[in-house]
Design a protein around this ligand. Structure first.
Ligand code: GAF
Length: 385
């Protein structure tokens, strides 16, 4: 059990018992990609892969961290807390702790041991899982009584300020608010959400990991964000009350964006179409029309690949290979892009054969391993000990 492992490691390193052990999951997203920072909708869920932290407060001003899986330690004084340049993992913890200081909470030193089975760089939000776990644990230990939604926003800020990725709110929201067997339909403008049942008879969520680490992801991600903001500015010059692509339709793009710049048009048109696709996809789910939802997932992939240009040859290959397979209802790349996983809705009894045939062909052609997981949908951030 991972909670035993983490407690034992904590004990060995810090010579004390942890005061709390928290689990916070990674996420999948059925449809609605790159829509969150454009104030659109997303449809994510928390999964059974999670980050686990054991934590205790100290009575001095020192922070001591242990990454069990990497066998690495890191220490810093509270007064020196700032983003670290050479190693990334402490930043997710420090950035989350820094949010308490920003809120005027008197933060003492602390010890944290971290372990995670969310594969890194797989587009399953391993960083959001850590951020949510840390914010949640410190909130408990400090008795600050911060509500979950605010904690989601604090975890998101940690990513902005200490990891330098200007992410939307989807990943942290899904990790913190996940509910077993439900998707979350989240309106990223109002932050209103509803849980959508997602227990499909005979169909599983299959995640195929390209094992391409998305090294371009953070710089290109921030560029995409800027491109979308540019489109909004151009439309706003002509249409009152436009604050985000959520308020924009394709006619506005034809009139005010396309004549100015084809690239900005392509980017923003993808987002406008994707927001619409998600809305329609939710109706498909409601009507039990999985085939229609699946088609939209393929369309999302094509948009992400050709219009938003955040795919890569390995992701495209995996999606193309399952396109005509009658056992695959829908497939697309998932998350920020440039690597990571594809998400596939697959008939349960066809999974083994599908994986076996893809694996040998993929590994031969791409010279990379193909790994896979079944995404089972679980609860969000919680105390486990
Ligand atoms: C990353 C980001 F962190 C999310 O906020 C979201 O924008 C996603 O990429 C793309 O949909 O996971």
């Amino acid at each position: 059990m991972i909670s035993n492992l983490i407690t034992e490691n904590f004990r060995e390193k810090f010579l004390q018992e942890p005061q709390i052990v928290v689990r916070s999951p990674g996420r999948i997203n059925i449809i609605g990609e790159h829509t969150d920072y454009n104030e659109g909708f997303v449809l994510p869920a928390a999964i059974d892969k999670a980050a686990y932290i054991a934590a205790s407060l100290r009575d001095d001003d020192e922070i001591h961290l242990l990454a069990i899986d990497l066998n690495e330690s890191f220490s810093i004084k509270l007064s020196d807390m700032r983003p670290v340049a050479d190693i990334s993992w402490p930043n997710y913890i420090l950035g989350s702790a820094a949010q308490f200081i920003k809120r005027g909470v008197k933060l003492p030193g602390f010890n944290i041991a971290l372990s995670s089975d969310v594969p890194i760089g797989a587009g399953l939000s391993s960083s959001a899982a850590v951020e949510c776990a840390v914010v949640f644990a410190l909130n408990e230990l400090l008795e600050t009584n911060i509500d979950r939604l605010t904690m989601v926003q604090m975890a998101q800020k940690a990513e902005h300020e200490f990891a330098g990725v200007l992410c939307g709110i989807m990943d942290q929201f899904a990790s913190m608010m996940g509910k077993k067997d439900y998707l979350i339909k989240l309106d990223c403008r109002s932050l209103e959400y509803e849980y959508v049942p997602f227990k499909l008879e005979g169909i599983k969520v299959l995640l195929l990991n390209t094992n391409v680490k998305h090294s371009l992801a953070s710089s290109e991600y921030n560029t995409r964000r800027k491109e979308c903001e540019t489109a909004v500015e151009w439309v706003r010059e002509h249409v009152e009350g436009v604050n985000s692509l959520r308020n924009v339709d394709e006619k506005m793009l034809n009139n005010y964006v396309l004549p100015k710049d084809k690239l900005i048009d392509k980017r923003s048109r993808f987002v406008v179409q994707e927001i619409e696709r998600l809305t329609e996809g939710c109706k498909d789910l409601q009507h039990g029309d999985l085939a229609a939802l699946g088609k939209k997932m393929f369309a999302t992939h094509d948009g992400l690949s050709k219009m938003y240009e955040v795919s890569c040859k390995e992701l495209d290959w995996l999606v193309d290979k399952v396109r005509a397979n009658k056992n695959v209802i829908g497939a697309r790349m998932m998350g920020g892009g440039f690597g990571g996983c594809t998400i596939n809705l697959v008939k349960e009894n066809a999974i083994d054969e599908l994986v076996a045939s893809l694996k040998s062909a993929y590994e031969k052609e791409m010279e990379l391993p193909l790994t896979y997981y079944i995404g089972s949908i679980e609860n969000g951030t919680e105390i486990i000990a």
